[in-house]
Design a protein around this ligand. Structure first.
Ligand SMILES: Nc1nc2c(ncn2[C@@H]2O[C@H](COP(=O)(O)OP(=O)(O)OP(=O)(O)O)[C@@H](O)[C@H]2O)c(=O)[nH]1
Ligand SMILES: [Mg+2]
Length: 374
């Protein structure tokens, strides 16, 4: 797969450039508006990132050199995404919390006033980051247990390892051979469909998996079209299920796929009847995995309610979307810790497929502590 970017003053021109160079089978991976270019006397330019199995246009030696260079850049970009999405390591498990807690308390517990003050400052910071009070108390207790070892200069790293030991993460892995059916559920408008589009492109392009998409969102106006347009530009097959009974037939149709993503209709957690209707589809499909999708910008109490009510789906992990819109990230730890649920991904923007990160517990600890995404 060759990946290239095309920029032009209009989307039409950029598309034509893409077609000329990559042919009609090119897959559009993303479009965005960028700053204008004086050369074209344009206030804004359109950029298309596209991929194709081979570059068609024959170019001069110089152009070929440029192509080689840009190919290297985009291969590196894709490699970067690949690493972000699938190779995150050093995941923390609950057992680390246990082993840390069972270590003997040091005999000499000396705590300077200065250190106390610093711990207080940090505990205020964690509250500001929206970590719930009881969890902050626990972290402070953890630090107190190690007061003989903790000094002002290493307090920050103790704090970070405490935070990281309280969050679990899970790697997203799919093996070829058997069709894995993954459903994304969650409240309205949190980014379920966008997330599926990101995961589908990455699964197809980077992991060379055969991907199928099924939507059961035949309720919201325009929902099927949203996925259909994506399906057309990414050349990933999709189908819509209008009733639970359709699921069997559609899954048979996709029996050659390595992975099938099931997009569900966004529903309020407070309407259990609507949630039960979605569940009927997933039960017929006998899904292998359910991921709960929630926005990182959701109020803590609402997030707690969502995580509780969506338990009817027996979700195995959580995707936090819209991290770019959130003012703090303590909610990620609250949810993972209180519901003993791992986090798989964080999404940080609307661009498909770039704006998604596979996260490690260390990454989340840093994110919460610094309050910054990068
Ligand atoms: N800022 C930001 N916007 C996002 C992100 N993910 C999705 N969105 C935007 O959120 C809006 C809703 O996204 P969808 O993917 O349609 O959400 P959904 O959960 O499928 O919505 P329903 O199916 O109606 O429940 C769109 O405008 C997306 O571009 C993200 O990580 N950051
Ligand atoms: Mg949707």
């Amino acid at each position: 797969m060759q990946i290239k970017k095309f920029t032009a003053p209009t989307l039409k021109e950029a598309t034509e450039m893409m077609k000329e160079e990559l042919g009609g089978d090119a897959i559009i991976l993303g479009t965005r508006v960028i700053e204008g270019d004086r050369k074209f006397n344009a206030k804004k330019m359109f950029e298309i990132t596209a991929g194709a199995d081979e570059i068609i246009k024959k170019n001069s030696g110089k152009n070929n050199e440029m192509k080689k260079e840009s190919k290297n850049i985009y291969e590196k970009e894709i490699d970067g995404i690949n690493k972000k999405i699938f190779n995150s390591s050093n995941r923390t498990t609950g057992s680390e919390i246990e082993s840390a807690a069972s270590e003997p308390k040091p005999e000499h517990q000396f705590k300077s006033e200065k250190l106390d003050k610093k711990i207080k400052e940090y505990s205020d910071l964690l509250l500001e980051r929206d970590i719930q009070k009881p969890i902050v108390k626990e972290i402070v207790k953890h630090l107190d247990n190690y007061s003989g070892l903790v000094e002002e200069k290493n307090l920050e790293s103790y704090l970070l390892s405490s935070l990281s030991s309280m969050v679990t993460t899970k790697e997203f892995k799919v093996k070829k051979g058997k069709t894995v059916k993954i459903a994304l559920v969650g409240p309205t408008g949190v980014g379920k469909t966008t997330c599926i589009a990101k995961l589908a492109v990455i699964s197809k392009i980077i992991h060379k998996l055969k991907v199928g998409l099924i939507t059961i969102d035949t309720f919201r106006l325009g929902a099927i079209d949203q996925l259909r347009i994506f399906s057309e530009i990414s050349d990933i097959e999709m189908a819509a299920a209008y009733e639970p009974g359709d699921m069997k037939k559609l899954l048979n149709k996709f029996s050659d796929k390595d992975i099938v993503f099931i997009d569900t209709v966004g529903r309020s957690q407070r309407n259990s009847d609507n949630l039960s209707k979605i569940k009927e589809y997933l039960d017929v499909a006998k899904v292998d995995d359910v991921m709960l999708v929630v926005s990182a910008a959701t109020a803590p109490r609402t997030l707690n309610d969502i995580s509780t009510k969506f338990k009817v789906f027996d979700y195995k992990s959580v995707i936090f979307t819209k991290a770019d819109e959130a003012a703090s990230y303590g909610a990620i730890l609250n949810l993972s810790y209180n519901f003993n649920t791992p986090i798989t991904f964080i999404t940080n923007g609307q661009v498909i497929p770039d704006d998604i990160l596979a996260v490690s517990s260390e990454y989340i600890a840093n994110l919460i502590f610094s309050g910054k995404l990068y």
